[in-house]
Write a protein that binds this ligand. Structure first.
Ligand SMILES: Nc1ncnc2c1ncn2[C@@H]1O[C@H](COP(=O)(O)OP(=O)(O)OP(=O)(O)O)[C@@H](O)[C@H]1O
Length: 478
């Protein structure tokens, strides 16, 4: 069985030897030299097996297994290590690695293990696709959601273009994924692309790909999202943020069913279902001349309007319980809601969305010892939740929106040059540092309370404070 294999090792010689050996076996192989490169390759290359070294220049392969498994639960991971200790082997297995090979390893043993991993992954996929509906992703039975389900049911089996409208965090991506997962394209990729998160100049090459040398910095041919989604579904998120030129090109693709990579003369037939989404008012944008009316009509073949949380009545309590279960599955204390708490959540005139409710439930799961959450506790958190609007976050948008805008601006700042390596770590550090600083200030430097408030293990917090150089500057003031 042949497959897509990602090999992460900081040793260039090992990367080359393994890559060549696997290619000879007929596999498609990509290599990464660091955790950051591995993250990027996981997103773009979508491997079926990951082979990773433990000691990497920017992190520990074992420590990222957790993250990889959360994002790609069915991806088998084979760990290579020169450390060869029982602890490494044990930790690799404990963290869910498929197998562990001590270095130096025998190439034929590695190829055998990869074949087993591919067979196991295919088996898992088959079991999963045999049971659609087992893990129905959308929660809620309110009348507006029933309407949404009816529309989804009508469109899953065909290829009609869908436009999902709704405030930020109302579940647009979840709906798009459900349409894909329950339809005939489920075994092909679901590829999301967020128009607001990509620098304007790069949108066309991200969407349609580019040939080698198509522009400065295009050192090699790159597959665009249309190509990656071939046979599957392309989810164009925040379509209202698409620049005018890209709108024109997308329109042409939708009209002709073909796209042309940047710098190429050859048109390729697009076998892709398109689902677009936006929280913006496209009719207003059309009136203002910032969104093409003809593109709007092409996309809006079947509109799905997602209700805001405040219009979803009893769904609120059901969603709240679902998020408490999810928090428990993530290792937070298991908690339940009493009647008063459920009623209080339902009555709340939610200004925000499902994501806000999810955050609130995680906070309630992490705070306090009582396993039953009461009305007063909800009241207190709801009152506290409106506090952070100290001018940092524009009214009516969530903290997530504000961060998204900042990141989009940051990325756009690179212009046509590709962002340097390590963007993920750099942005996370930018977010983590003020979070730790402000939390410590709020609890007057008490690390134990800060750890509790953040829902982090104390040692983890301490490690992070040292990493960010936050710890020593903050002293208890009482
Ligand atoms: N009906 C639902 N059932 C369960 N979870 C939901 C539901 N709707 C939304 N969520 C959860 O709320 C969060 C936000 O959903 P999602 O990312 O799909 O929203 P979105 O509208 O695409 O947001 P944005 O516009 O900010 O990209 C996710 O964690 C999602 O799992």
């Amino acid at each position: 069985m042949k497959g897509r294999i990602l090999v992460t090792d900081d040793d260039a010689a090992i990367r080359t030897v393994v890559r060549e050996a696997l290619r000879r076996e007929g596999h498609t192989v990509e290599v990464a030299a660091s955790v950051a490169e591995q993250r990027r390759a996981l997103a773009h290359f979508r491997p079926q097996v990951l082979v990773t070294d433990v000691v990497l220049p920017d992190g520990n392969g074992l420590e990222v297994i957790d993250e990889v498994r959360r994002l790609h639960p069915n991806l088998p991971i084979i760990v290579l290590s020169a450390q060869n200790t029982f602890t490494t082997a044990l930790r690799a297995t404990e963290q869910g690695a498929f197998d562990y090979l001590p270095k130096p390893f025998d190439l034929s043993e590695l190829t055998r293990t990869i074949a087993d991993a591919l067979a196991a992954a295919t088996r898992d996929e088959a079991v999963e696709s045999d049971q659609p509906g087992e893990d129905l992703p959308l929660i809620g039975r309110s009348p507006p959601m029933q309407e949404v389900y009816r529309t989804i049911a009508r469109v899953v089996a065909n290829d009609l273009t869908i436009l999902i409208l709704g405030e930020s965090g109302t579940g647009k991506e979840l709906v798009a994924k459900a349409i894909h997962d329950f339809g005939p394209r489920a075994s092909a990729p679901f590829v999301p692309i967020n128009m607001a998160a990509i620098p304007r100049d790069l949108i066309e090459s991200e969407l349609f790909g580019h040939e080698r040398g198509a522009f400065t910095g295009a050192a090699q041919r790159n597959a665009g999202r249309f190509e990656q989604a071939q046979g599957g579904t392309l989810f164009l998120d925040e379509i209202g943020d698409m620049p005018a030129e890209a709108q024109t090109r997308l329109l042409r693709v939708l009209q002709s069913g073909e796209y042309t990579p940047v710098g190429s003369a050859r048109a390729i037939r697009a076998d892709v279902r398109i689902i677009a989404a936006t929280h913006q008012d496209l009719s207003r944008m059309i009136a203002e001349g910032t969104f093409r009316e003809d593109l709007y009509y092409r996309l809006n073949v079947v509109p799905i309007r997602l209700p805001a949380l405040r219009d979803r009545g009893d769904d609120v309590a059901e969603l709240a319980r679902h998020f408490l279960d999810r928090a428990a599955a993530d290792g937070l204390p298991r908690k339940s809601l009493d009647v008063a708490a459920a009623a209080r959540l339902t009555q709340h005139s939610w200004p925000g969305n499902v994501r806000e409710l999810e955050n609130l439930m995680r906070r309630l799961a992490a705070l306090g010892r009582d396993p039953v959450i009461g009305g007063a506790q909800v009241e207190q958190q709801l009152a506290g939740a409106s506090l952070p609007s100290i001018g940092l976050v524009p009214e009516g948008s969530s903290l997530g929106d504000a961060i998204e805008q900042q990141i989009a601006r940051h990325i756009a700042g690179y212009g046509t040059a590709l962002p340097p390596d390590g963007l993920y770590d750099r942005i996370l550090a930018e977010v983590e540092k003020p979070l730790f600083k402000l939390t410590l200030a709020a609890v007057r430097g008490n690390q134990l309370r800060a750890a509790k408030l953040l829902g982090l293990n104390r040692n983890t917090l301490r490690k992070k404070l040292t990493e960010h150089g936050v710890g020593p500057q903050v002293r208890r003031s009482d």
